[in-house]
Design a protein around this ligand. Structure first.
Ligand code: M6R
Length: 364
């Protein structure tokens, strides 16, 4: 039932504050503001390497988690799309933890990659939305993302719930490895608990995003840029836009711009930038200026502090609420989804059932 929404995708975007709040409570002791992962009997201090494998949007969630595991927990992360991983058959180091992220839990390539890791004696964890799925059953342990049924082919609430659950794993790992003290843990946990209300604020930008989407729908190519853990959000924004609006979209790390893609930039190229005012902000601003000097049309998603210093020359600026820095990728996924959704609506495409795509890819 779509309720008052025109599409399941719109309903599922709007549900995120509620489902995220629910998801996080499954993995948190709210009295101590501490993470509890009851089903994962694992000592992260003994893990020397994490390998993450998934497809599509779930793979992009792994990309975000790589930044978190490395920066917060100090564990090196190797990651790959499942279709490459399974045939590459990489040698696995001792004490490897292999993590498989899949909304459906049935994606054929991801399942094959899991079986490879099981056969090669890695410890395996599935992060899934369907508890009785093949990936959940065949992993040594599984974590449910509690997003509720997702019907739209374009993954939205599953992505932010995947990120939320992965962040709880990161916190647990960082604690066990002595990279985070109890106060650090409590700060991250309370930021996670505060995320639903911050996302509610982000959702209120919808009307402004509709205006931007109407303008964007007239173009045939776009670039998406981000740095650090916002780089995967640029990739996700581009994936979302191409799959439902059929507009050609490419995501790049901002710093890669001058290594090729800037050659594409002219007045017919909107460039979507995700840039909260974080430690890397100034670098992204100088990339934006390079684009604007070539008449590229910048659509900037930033916070108040960022908008104050970087709005000049941008085509559109949409403000997001401030958020605890490590959680910015979860927050900025929201405008990425809304932008894709409303661009598709403006183009009149079949948002919930985009051409050529299936919700669950159970054949390779
Ligand atoms: O069920 P899974 O999470 O394993 O599915 C993976 C991808 O097929 C999926 O995320 C796909 O990329 C979505 N259509 C993206 O919106």
């Amino acid at each position: 039932d779509k309720g008052m929404h025109k599409h399941f995708m719109s309903k599922e975007i709007a549900e995120q504050p509620a489902v995220l709040g629910d998801a996080v409570k499954h993995y948190i002791n709210t009295e101590r503001n501490a993470v509890v992962l009851p089903d994962v009997d694992l000592d992260f201090s003994k893990i020397s390497q994490i390998t993450m494998v998934a497809c599509g949007t779930a793979y992009l969630a792994c990309n975000v988690a790589k930044y978190w595991f490395e920066q917060i927990a100090g564990i090196p992360v190797d990651l790959d799309v499942a279709s490459e991983f399974r045939y590459r058959e990489p040698p696995l180091r001792d004490n490897t933890l292999a993590v498989f992220v899949s909304q459906s839990g049935e994606t054929a390539d991801t399942l094959a990659a899991l079986r490879y890791c099981n056969d090669n004696h890695a410890q395996t964890i599935g992060v899934v939305n369907v508890p009785e799925s093949s990936i959940a059953r065949e992993s040594n342990a599984s974590l449910q993302i509690h997003a509720g049924v997702e019907i739209g082919v374009a993954s939205t609430k599953a992505f932010t719930c995947q990120l939320t659950v992965l962040m709880t794993m990161v916190i647990k790992a960082a604690r066990q490895r002595g990279k985070l003290d109890a106060d650090g843990e409590a700060a991250l946990v309370s930021a996670l608990l505060g995320l639903p209300s911050i996302i509610n604020v982000a959702l209120q930008a919808e009307h402004e995003i509709i205006d931007v989407a109407n303008a964007l729908s007239k173009f045939s190519d776009t670039l998406f840029l981000g740095r650090g853990a916002l780089f995967p959000i640029a990739l996700e924004g581009a994936l979302k836009l191409k799959e439902i609006s059929y507009i050609h979209a490419e995501g790049y790390a901002s710093g890669e711009l001058k290594h090729g893609p800037i050659a594409l930039v002219d007045e017919n190229m909107p460039i979507v930038v995700f840039a909260p005012k974080d430690a890397l902000f100034d670098k992204t601003v100088s990339n934006m200026q390079e684009v604007m000097a070539r008449r590229g049309k910048v659509i900037l998603f930033t916070d108040d502090a960022g908008a104050q210093v970087a709005s000049d020359g941008a085509w559109k600026v949409i403000k997001m609420p401030a958020v605890h820095a490590p959680l910015a990728p979860i927050l900025y996924a929201i405008p990425a989804q809304l932008l894709a959704y409303h661009t598709a609506v403006a183009k009149g495409t079949d948002v919930d059932q985009p051409r050529n795509l299936a919700k669950s890819v159970t054949v390779e």
